[in-house]
Ligand binder design. Structure first.
Ligand code: FRU
Length: 432
């Protein structure tokens, strides 16, 4: 990696690690990094909704919150009548709850209509801190705007209350909303500075470091690359691909008080969108995951709609790409858009990966070609619900697919999983 070291106040060093083109050139599907094919579930539990990016209500230590026996998922949702491609324009946070992690029940909207910032709300995370609720989200556009804009700010709704009883879980507002961070134009590109195809400053993800006790917020951003810069050997087309994984820290631990830090990882000259970044700590190693798209790789690189990842000895890095290339979990070649927005989490010593069932049966079409299909076909070929959970094997800097669970199955703490269907691979050090 190419860390750019910057001195920090406590006298230490911290840097931004780079995902390099050389590493990304090694991306390839292999027998052990491709998810099994997904077929439409026999029963869609929520046929009235499109459901996509999802996260769980967690406590400070990262474990899933237990609300009187219920665990809670928050998802971006839209009415199922809407063309799936239009769903981002009206995205609304709704919650779901489950006692066994298999059967999910529909809760309501997280926020009252028009309560939150933005004309719509995009992905975030959710913290249950000793009884206090913090729903982080991306405020996209401006409330009440006539034409959609793509300004993005990191926001939170906190306060409110929750009742969790035998009947289920109910959150009630009003929540107090705050804008937490806007791009500074130095570490993180503003919309005006953007030269790329897609602009990002979104997806706040709360993380408390178990080793240091420090409180952080990770997010998706872009690194400013001014015109005429010598980045990417001066190649202007490659420079437009400048995704990064952002970091902010709360010195006091207050989950609403953040100070911007340099990015953890930059994908300049590699990829434009390092989406929904999140960390899973296992065996003292920091596994940093990020979903990304085939079409957001810079010219000359060939990636997939897949989960990518990096690993480091400390949260601040230096990060090494997992599996030498960064590729962790790809959609199959014959169903290249079947899932997206992967979210890795711990179940005991395992790492499991949730995602949503995206487009299937596209027969060679790209995501961009979907809009040319008749509307009924766009609807038919969009899953819009929880995908089967994937089990990852992990050993140091290597990962592999070792099995799959049911659609949206999020095992409870005491649930023993069966032996994976795929035989354990030969590993030099016999990892899990
Ligand atoms: C990933 C994503 C997120 C964003 C959301 C909007 O699927 O691009 O980064 O918050 O979709 O729908």
């Amino acid at each position: 990696m190419n860390p750019t070291r910057t001195p920090v106040a406590d006298g230490g060093q911290r840097g931004t690690s780079s995902w390099t083109r050389e590493q990304a050139e090694r991306i390839e599907r292999r027998g052990d990094n491709v998810a099994p094919i997904i077929y439409p579930p026999e029963n869609d539990p929520f046929p009235e909704l499109h459901i996509w990016d999802t996260w769980f209500l967690r406590t400070r230590d990262g474990s899933l919150a237990d609300l009187n026996g219920w665990r809670v998922a928050v998802s971006l949702t839209a009415p199922a009548e809407l063309l799936p491609g239009k769903r981002h324009d009206v995205a609304t946070l709704r919650y779901f709850y489950s006692a066994d992690g298999k059967e999910w029940h529909r809760g309501g909207r997280v926020f009252e209509e028009s309560e939150a910032f933005g004309s719509r709300q995009w992905a975030g995370s959710a913290l249950y801190d000793d009884g206090d609720l913090y729903f982080y989200y991306t405020a996209s556009g401006q409330k009440g705007e006539e034409e959609l804009t793509y300004q993005q700010r990191l926001a939170v709704g906190h306060g409110g209350s929750v009742v969790a009883d035998d009947e289920g879980v109910e959150f009630s507002g009003p929540f107090e909303h705050e804008i937490l961070l806007t791009p500074d134009g130095d570490y993180y590109e503003t919309e005006d500075q953007s030269r790329g195809m897609i602009y990002t400053f979104r997806d706040p993800w709360f993380f408390e470091d178990p080793e240091t006790g420090k409180t952080h917020l990770l997010f998706e951003g872009n690194t400013p690359v001014p015109e005429g810069s010598d980045a990417c050997g001066g190649d202007a087309a490659q420079q437009e691909f400048n995704g990064c994984i952002g970091l902010a820290t709360s010195e006091s631990g207050d989950p609403t008080d953040w100070e911007m830090q340099p990015p953890l990882v930059e994908g300049v000259c590699v990829n434009q969108e390092l989406e929904r970044p999140h960390v899973v700590v296992r065996d003292g190693q920091y596994y940093l995951f990020t979903p990304s798209h085939e079409h957001t790789f810079a010219p000359g690189l060939h990636g997939f709609d897949a989960l990518y990842g990096f690993v480091a000895d400390e949260l601040e890095g230096e990060y090494r790409p997992l599996n030498d290339s960064g590729l962790v979990l790809a959609n199959p070649a014959n169903a290249p858009f079947q899932a997206y927005s992967w979210l890795a989490f711990r179940h005991r010593e395992e790492i499991l990966v949730h995602s949503f069932f995206n487009y299937y049966d596209l027969r060679g079409r790209s995501l961009d070609d979907v809009a040319d299909l008749p509307e009924s076909e766009q609807q038919r070929r969009f899953g819009g619900n929880f995908a089967p959970t994937v089990r990852l094997g992990v050993d140091g800097d290597e990962t592999w697919v070792r099995g799959v669970l049911d659609y949206g199955h999020i095992p409870t703490e005491d649930e023993e999983l069966e032996d994976p269907f795929e035989p354990e691979r030969e590993r030099p050090t016999g990892g899990y």
